[in-house]
Design a protein. Structure first.
Ligand code: C5P
Length: 398
């Protein structure tokens, strides 16, 4: 849990008093906790207790009273490694299931990209009610994790199912989940991303439309799973977020080649996602080339193939993956590239698929493995495509 960022959502149930213990347990494990509490939650536990334990002001309202500061639920949602709602009342569960975003906790939930865990706490009949069960089923179907309540004496003095799971058990669930997301801990992974620019003169270059989005998503995904990532990036406007990414900016294929060859020997794997220019001008002109009425011939020379060079130096315990962006005879071309470059697998995307390839936020890929297995995927956001690719990579690194 060390360094993990957790949003703890607290709602208006008597079990809210256990949230103080839950915060302590998370912090003892090295996590950072930001509490978001509903207005009813504050009736059960005071924000002062929670902010003293977390070392952060508790967020409850969209605006901070008096000074008009607006709390961005979007930033908060993106900040977290996990969101936990404990205790979760029937009301909050109903609002979450139906997108009724009338408080800071629900807007944060709707903006959160991180996995969400819900620990219901309520009276047995409320919990058993078909509405509550239906809402929980809905939340499950959206990919949320429900931490089932226990059976025992409830605040109403009735006995039954509805007691919030004990804080230590909730921490255990999170620990197990986050550890399984750390399958690449201790691994060094090199990722190339973006286009390369091959200079013609001080103002002109040969380039391509690669945005770097896919490669940057791969770098973030590897880092989120615990890897130390070296991201060798061509000229792009993408930003890196994760602290475990060491970014090295390059411009030309030659520069990318030099960095890749010096980093790969100490790496466990490399994913070649860059759209490297195949040719560069034979001569670079120090002066801006002047316009004339004659035809102009630019002589080009092949660039080194970075993936093929890494394929030659690859050791048995190293993994190498590449990309193939094709317009025709997709599978045939991809398979021959995989062989020629000595890759373990190649990610094929076809420019024929609308929404796939350069500059889009989505991609549709098929992974072709050197053992002959083929894994097709649906059209998805590049972040999810990255997760699919890194899961395949993770199996090689086990
Ligand atoms: O041969 P082609 O360029 O189509 O192969 C694409 C794959 O090879 C991609 O993984 C790309 O990053 C990599 N590549 C490379 N160096 C080059 C050309 C391509 O690493 N000079």
């Amino acid at each position: 849990m060390k360094g993990k960022k957790i949003i703890l959502g607290i709602t208006g149930s008597i079990a809210a008093y256990k949230a103080a213990y839950l915060v302590r347990a998370f912090i003892k494990k090295g996590a950072e906790v930001q509490v978001v509490i509903t207005p009813a939650g504050k009736e059960f536990i005071t924000p002062v207790t929670l902010s003293a334990l977390t070392g952060k002001p508790v967020i409850s309202e969209f605006f901070t009273a008096n000074d008009g500061t607006w709390h961005s639920h979007v930033d908060l949602g993106l900040w977290a490694d996990a969101m936990v709602i404990a205790p979760a009342t029937a009301s909050t569960i109903g609002k979450m299931a139906n997108g009724i975003a009338d408080n800071m906790l629900i807007t944060t939930y709707l903006s959160a990209k991180a996995p969400v865990f819900i620990a219901p706490a309520m009276d047995l009949d409320m919990f058993a009610h078909p509405t509550t069960q239906h809402n929980l089923d809905l939340l499950r179907s959206y990919g949320n994790h429900i931490i089932e309540p226990g059976v025992g004496e409830l605040a109403s003095h009735l006995e039954g199912k509805g007691r919030m799971e004990e804080p230590d058990k909730i921490v255990e669930v999170l620990e197990r989940f986050l550890a399984s997301r750390c399958d690449l801990a201790g691994k060094k992974i090199v990722v190339t991303a973006g286009p390369t620019y091959e200079k013609i003169d001080p103002v002109r270059f040969i380039g391509n439309y690669s945005s770097g989005k896919m490669g940057f998503a791969l770098a973030e995904e590897c880092a989120e799973r615990g890897a130390d990532v070296v991201l060798i990036a061509g000229p792009v406007s993408q930003k890196t977020v994760h602290r475990s990414i060491r970014r090295i900016d390059v411009e030309s294929a030659r520069e990318m080649y030099d960095v890749a060859l010096s980093e790969y020997p100490t790496a466990d794997a490399a994913i070649m996602c860059a759209a490297v220019a195949d040719y560069a001008p034979e001569h670079y002109s120090d002066m801006k080339i002047k316009r004339s009425s004659d035809d102009m011939i630019l002589r080009l020379r092949p660039n080194p193939d970075i993936a093929a060079a890494l394929g030659k130096m690859k050791r048995d315990n190293q993994v190498l993956a590449g990309f193939a962006l094709e317009t025709d005879h997709e599978e045939e071309h991809a398979l021959s590239k995989m062989k020629r470059k000595n890759l373990d697998f190649i990610v094929l995307n076809s420019l024929k698929d609308e929404g796939a390839g350069f500059r889009c936020d989505t991609n549709k890929v098929t992974i072709l493995k050197s053992d002959g297995e083929q894994i097709p995927f649906d059209m998805k956001p590049k972040k999810e495509v990255a997760a699919d690719i890194v899961s395949v990579l993770g199996k090689y690194l086990k």
